[in-house]
Write a protein that binds this ligand. Structure first.
Ligand code: UDP
Ligand code: MG
Length: 317
């Protein structure tokens, strides 16, 4: 099979059928063999019934249904696990992404050798707040990851099958998939300007909290990609540094006291100095950071991903 489309849908009853028909039209016209995987993320409207009725008449349509609303990232993860096509394309289920982009995306992955191609909604049909904050996000994401993309969070993206099988998206991390792809060792990440459309039916599924959560996840992704495999490198160095600072301060106080005493001078009590308490606190925090590093390493030992390095090829054993 050439192509798997993974489409997370949460209360998109009006769009499902129209989207499936449009995709089928485009793929048939370009002779692309495909499957459409709708992942119903716990919809409370008739989205699942719509998926079932569309699947009855269209063999290419498949559905996965969540017990409750888990979010777009778990929906993508589950869709990726089920995907079988050589190319995997994700798109939003609200008709904001255009299926007309499919043939070009497939071509970029198959012929031009991209591991991943991200859509770039150059002209956007979203509310002003979202457009502004999104600019800000993308700038931070570009800066922290070194990946030159304009639109990290575009729902329309294409991947080689192997790429989606090698990454693990959770939480709200669908915003930073390119980082996960890069971290998994895939380097050819491209971009294509795509048509963006205004939402035709229904409402957006995200509130203002998307901005806070998104930012926290950016920190998580940054942390995981840099220190995920060796947490001790971060916590150990921070912990040692703090402990050392505290130790030097405490030693200084101790030595000062000894010098005073040895000269038979009246030395003030060590505990009257504020530096004593600062030194103590810093040493304790330092030890805790160090222990955190050890705990991180212990947790890593049990990770099923810990020895996952290989690219699956045709000739290697
Ligand atoms: N979505 C989902 N689960 C959620 C939220 C959203 O599967 O918890 C889907 C939603 O149905 C849509 C896509 O993710 O297909 C993008 O959501 P939305 O259009 O609301 O986001 P926006 O375009 O406002 O960024
Ligand atoms: Mg949308």
């Amino acid at each position: 099979m050439d192509l798997s489309l993974v489409i997370p849908v949460y209360n998109e009853e009006e769009s499902v059928q129209e989207l499936a028909e449009w995709i089928t039209r485009v793929c048939s016209a370009h002779r692309i063999s495909f499957e459409i995987i709708f992942v119903d993320d716990g919809s409370s409207d008739s989205t699942w019934d719509k998926i079932e009725s569309v699947a009855e008449v269209n063999q290419m349509v498949k559905g996965i249904r969540f017990r409750r609303n888990y979010g777009k990232s778990p929906a993508l993860y589950t869709g990726f696990a089920a995907a079988k096509g050589d190319v995997v394309i994700t798109m939003d289920g609200d008709l904001q992404d255009s299926p007309d982009e499919i043939p070009e995306l497939v071509k970029m992955i198959r012929k031009e050798g991209y591991d991943m191609v991200s859509g770039w909604k150059k002209k956007r049909y979203d509310p002003l707040v979202k457009r502004v904050t999104s600019k800000f996000y993308n700038r931070t994401a570009r800066w922290s990851s070194g990946i030159k993309l304009h639109d990290f969070n575009c729902g329309l993206k294409a991947y080689r099958l192997e790429v989606v099988k090698s990454i693990e998206i959770f939480g709200e991390m669908h915003r930073y998939v390119p980082m996960l792809v890069k971290e998994a060792g895939f380097r050819k990440i491209g971009e294509k300007v795509v048509e963006h459309r205004a939402r035709k039916y229904g409402v957006t599924k995200y509130g203002l909290d998307r901005f806070i959560k998104g930012y926290l996840d950016l920190l998580t992704v940054g942390f995981i990609t840099r220190f995920g495999k060796s947490p001790m490198h971060l916590f150990g160095s921070l912990g040692s540094l703090m402990f050392l600072i505290g130790f030097i301060m405490a030693s200084f106080l101790g030595i000062k006291k000894l010098v005073f005493v040895s000269h038979h001078l009246r030395a003030p009590l060590i505990t009257t100095s504020p530096f004593f308490f600062i030194a103590l606190t810093v040493m304790i925090i330092g030890s805790f950071l160090f222990l955190t590093g050890f705990l991180g390493e212990l947790i890593n030992r049990n990770s099923s991903e810990r020895n996952n390095y290989l690219i699956k090829g045709k000739v290697n054993i």
